[in-house]
Design a protein around this ligand. Sequence first.
Ligand code: SF4
Length: 164
Amino acid sequence: MAFGFVTTRVTDVLNWARRYSLWPMPYGTACCAIEFMGLISGRFDISRFGAELLRFSPRQADLLLVMGTISYKQAPILKRIYAQMPEPKWVVAVGACAASGGFYNNYHTVQGIDELIPVDVYVPGCPPRPEQLMDALVKIQDGILKRDKGRIQNSESRIQKGDI
Ligand code: SF4
């Protein structure tokens, strides 16, 4: 058997490891969070994707799942949570409310969390099925392997000084 060797970049190895060890932080404000509870239960089993270690501190999470309606009163809280997450980090807007305000087209509802923080994947539906959340997770994992530095820089610029 001939001897061989493998070459790669440290970044590629790190991204490969990140891909299968996401630490999600659920930010659930309404009914979409119930679907997430389905995703982490035995029937759907998020552990198969290496993302079962839920964190309830943003400082220990790299995947923010925003599930439910976001009011303008909550906007500074969401921005602060995002700012407290270490880089690299990813955001999923789960359901119509998080993605666009849903049917709450009124004075107190944020019409999509991308008004506040950058979003990597939007999950449509009211509510979306757990399978759609799994699809979002796989999209995030695929995106980690080809990280877009421009988006990361853009996300930094959206956090203004007075916000946190
Ligand atoms: S998208 Fe539908 S299910 Fe999800 S939080 Fe809004 S109203 Fe509830």
